[in-house]
Structures are given as C-alpha cells and as structure tokens.
Design a protein around this ligand. Structure first.
Ligand code: SF4
Ligand code: SF4
Length: 474
C-alpha cells in the first residue's frame, strides 16, 4: 500500500500508486482548468506533488507547455541565479560484480580491460584534474567487494583531499558508489564527502530486476532504500537520478518525485541534487535496454517539470549530452554540469593511453575542454562556478534546504561564483577565456544582490586573488 513514510521501497515507491498517477495524468492532461490550477500553485515556487507534476508532464497543449517552460526558467533564475557549477567525474575502478545490461562494466563483459587505480595513479589523476582547474569531483567506482572495498574508497578520498598541486585543490568529493550499509555510510560521512550519489536507474521493479539480472544490485529494495540508510548514517546531502530510457519516462518521473517526497517526509530534507542521464550506447550493451529511449524535446520537458516540481533541488547533466542539448536544458533548470570529462579509469593523466577509450563507461558527446566549456557558458550569459562553499561552511542538509527554500541561496552562489571564476581565470584559463571572464566579472559585480558587506568583501577578495591569494568564500 502506498505510504510516503514507510521504510519499505514497495510502499514509498508503490507500483499501484505510480500506475494510478499515470492514469490520472493521462485522463487530465488536457483539462485546462486543472492544468491552470497546477501552474498557479507551481508559480508560488513551493513545488508540486507527484500527481500534479505528472499532469503537467503529460499535458500536450502547446500553449500550456510554453507556460511550463517559461515558469521553469523563472524559477531557476529565482533560486539559483545565473551561476552554473562545474564538476568532473573521477573513475577509480571499473571492476564490477553486477550484471547491469546497459553498462559496459557489467561482470560478464570480457572485452573491456579491467583497471583499478593505485593511490599513486589517483594522485596523478587528481593533479591532472587540478591542472585544468577542477575543484569538485564525483568519484565513481564499480561494485566489487574484493577489488573496491569501502577501505579502498576511503583511502582514495583521503588521497584526493591531501593533494595540493600549485594553486590546485579538490575541495569537495561527491561519491557515487553502490548501495551499502549504514555503517559504511557513516564512514563516508567521517571521510568528509559532499553528496552521496546513487542513481536508481529505474524505479519500475519488474524492469529493474530484469535489467539487473545478477549481482547484489539485483535486490531492488536494498538499492531503493539506500538513501534512507545513507541519511541514517549521517549523510546530509543525497543525490538521486534515473537513467532515462530504461523504463517509460512518465513512470520514472512520477516515482522519482515520490522518492523525493519520501525523503522529505522521513528526514525533513529532499534530495540535494537530481541527475538526468539518458541511456547511451557503449561496449557490449544489450539493445533491449534502449526500448524506451526519449527524444530531446521530451527530455527538455522532463527537465522543466522537475525544475518546477522540486525547485530547491540542484539538477545535474553530464557530458553524455551534446552541446546543443545542454544549452537547452541549462536554461530550463540544470544548475550543475561536468566539463572536460573522461569516463574511463585513468583518462585525465593519460588521455593518450589506448586503454583510455576501451575502459570508458559510456561515450562522451560533449568533448570540449574545460576552458572551452567555461567560455561557452560565459558567452551564453552564465557565470561558471567552482564553488564548494556550502559543504565547507556547514550549510548542508536541512540548513541548506531552509536557505534554498527561502530563495536566499543565490546570495551566496553569486559572489562565490565570481570569486571561484576569478581563480580559474588567474590559474588555468586561456587568454581568450580570461578576456571574456574579466569582462563578465566587471559586469556581474555591480549586479550582486547580496548585502553591502558582501559586495565590498567580494571586490576585496577579487583583488586579493589577483595578488596571488586563494580560497575565499561566503
Ligand atoms: Fe557495475 Fe554500476 Fe556498471 Fe552496474 S552500472 S555494471 S553497478 S559499474
Ligand atoms: Fe553550491 Fe552553496 Fe556554492 Fe551556491 S554557495 S554554488 S549552493 S556550494
């Protein structure tokens, strides 16, 4: 039975409730009166329920869809302003005991070279990442209790935080590892991780079990209840996501919001971020995994509907998507992107290595360098940001959500974006990017909506960065 407060995945992602939601949404998708009522509620910026949001997603009245898009843009601007946070994935190991049919790292794939980085190799990767300007990483590894035990992950996090090459530093390590125990989540918290990220892949249990035929990940309930255990283990911020294309997008969308409602009901804090990956072709992938692929327009609609349904949740898109697609969803709600990414083990320090391509988890569509991505963002009117301030200032979990729901977070984001962009321009940017960036900072500085004290401090910090000092934040 559907119960948002239950600790069982069968109840909080109740299949009958998802199906009833889809039926309700389909029956009401052209009910203008209801659509208008939901849009009015969404305009208040306090979010929508999974049923309301599903009606908007199903709606195919062109004029109403335009309203949805413009509301998504407005809400994004109100909550986050024009900053876009940058991060890079770091793959530690592609050993994996699971059988996910859509991922080339699945255990039965014998063509892919298996690789696990030593601490020395991780150090090299981190230096390479610091040398292009990254400050925030998402650590990735396959599930393998023998090759990638929790001790290996913890040691790697320690190594990553310990490296300061020239002016470089990784200031926030987010971790994307398999569902684990409360005890292990506690250890990750103690290691100082930022967000714990775990993609659900698909919420459709029957489909989930079929797409994950072997390995510990086959256990749908254990996987789906992982965020509860993470929060019980003291992790403040969790990042959710589905792999769009594995099941029907309407099912995933409704269930994703039900999951967010569940965390909010049980812990008082919804997800910190939602990622929106779409399935991509890769080595040794079962084509049946692609039955439910979605086009760019549907993808944009999903992003817009997530934005207005959970306005306080950051939204992430990776380099799986093309420049064109990223451009579209940036304005509709995405607040964080990866740039200059390698999706292989050891790909940053040794891009020339042949196994680099061979060990990639998926094809990267956007292959531009970080410098090019930064310049492109600025030319589109965004302020690229390497900010990691909230987690370091203790603005996490419910404290963060409170500020975010009050629409005050951009008062931190905007000055922090300018400061960290300035660091990037001083240390890593090409001449051309630097020119565009300096002009952008000069334009943005007078537009800060923060208090006078923050404005004066920001100007002061920018000057100090020019003189060689680093790592200021609000
Ligand atoms: Fe392993 Fe993750 Fe790939 Fe599944 S998706 S095979 S768990 S690396
Ligand atoms: Fe993210 Fe907080 Fe920095 Fe804003 S101020 S970019 S929410 S870390």
């Amino acid at each position: 039975m559907y119960d948002v407060n239950s600790t069982s995945a069968d109840d909080f992602i109740n299949n009958e409730e998802v199906l009833a939601t889809l039926e309700y949404a389909n029956a009401n998708k052209n009910n203008i009166e209801l659509v208008d009522k939901i849009l009015e509620k969404a305009k208040l910026g306090n979010g929508l329920t999974h049923r309301e949001a599903s009606v908007l997603l199903a709606c195919d009245i062109e004029e109403k869809n335009e309203e949805i898009y413009s509301l998504a843009k407005k809400i994004k601007q109100e909550y986050y302003g024009n900053r876009i946070v940058l991060f890079a994935p770091l793959y530690l190991s592609n050993y994996c005991v699971n059988g996910c049919v859509y991922c080339p790292y699945h255990a039965k794939n014998t063509h892919i070279p298996r690789k696990k980085m030593t601490q020395e190799e991780i150090k090299e990767e981190v230096i390479a990442l610091q040398d292009i300007g990254h400050k925030r990483l998402a650590l990735e590894t396959g599930e393998d209790p023998v090759n990638n035990p929790i001790e290996y992950v913890l040691e790697s996090i320690k190594t990553i935080y310990s490296i300061n090459h020239k002016n470089g530093a990784i200031r926030r390590v987010n971790v994307n590892i398999a569902a684990t125990t409360v005890e292990n989540y506690r250890k990750l918290k103690e290691a100082g991780i930022g967000t714990y990220i775990l993609f659900q892949e698909t919420y459709n249990k029957e489909r989930y079990e079929r797409l994950h035929p072997t390995g510990p990940k086959h256990n749908y309930n254990y996987h789906t209840e992982a965020m509860d255990r993470a929060m019980e283990g003291g992790i403040d911020d969790v990042g959710m996501g589905v792999l769009f294309g594995l099941s029907t997008y309407k099912y995933e969308f409704a269930a994703l919001l039900m999951h967010a409602e569940h965390l909010e009901a049980r812990f008082g804090v919804g997800p910190h971020t939602i990622s929106v990956p779409r399935i991509r072709r890769a080595d040794d992938i079962d084509p049946s995994a692609f039955e439910n692929g979605i086009d760019d327009e549907t993808f944009a609609k999903i992003v817009a509907c997530i934005r207005i349904s959970v306005p306080y949740t950051g939204m992430i898109i990776s380099t799986r998507e093309s420049k064109k697609c990223r451009e579209r969803v940036l304005e509709l709600g995405v607040s964080q992107i990866s740039g200059g990414s390698k999706t292989s083990v050891g790909g940053y320090a040794h891009p020339e290595d042949e196994s680099e391509e061979e060990t990639a988890q998926f094809d990267v569509e956007d292959r531009r360098t970080l410098d090019e991505v930064i310049r492109w963002l600025m030319e589109l009117g965004y302020v690229p940001s390497f900010c990691t301030a909230c987690y370091r200032a203790g603005r996490v979990g419910d404290k963060f959500m409170e500020i975010c729901k009050d629409k005050q977070i951009h008062n931190f984001c905007h000055p922090n974006a300018l400061i960290t962009l300035k660091e990037f321009l001083e240390d890593y940017a090409s001449e051309e990017t630097k020119k565009v960036g300096e002009a952008l900072i000069a334009k943005e500085l007078p537009q800060l909506e923060s208090s006078d004290v923050v404005k004066v401090k920001t100007a002061e910090y920018l000057q100090k960065i020019e003189q060689g000092e680093r790592d200021f934040r609000f």
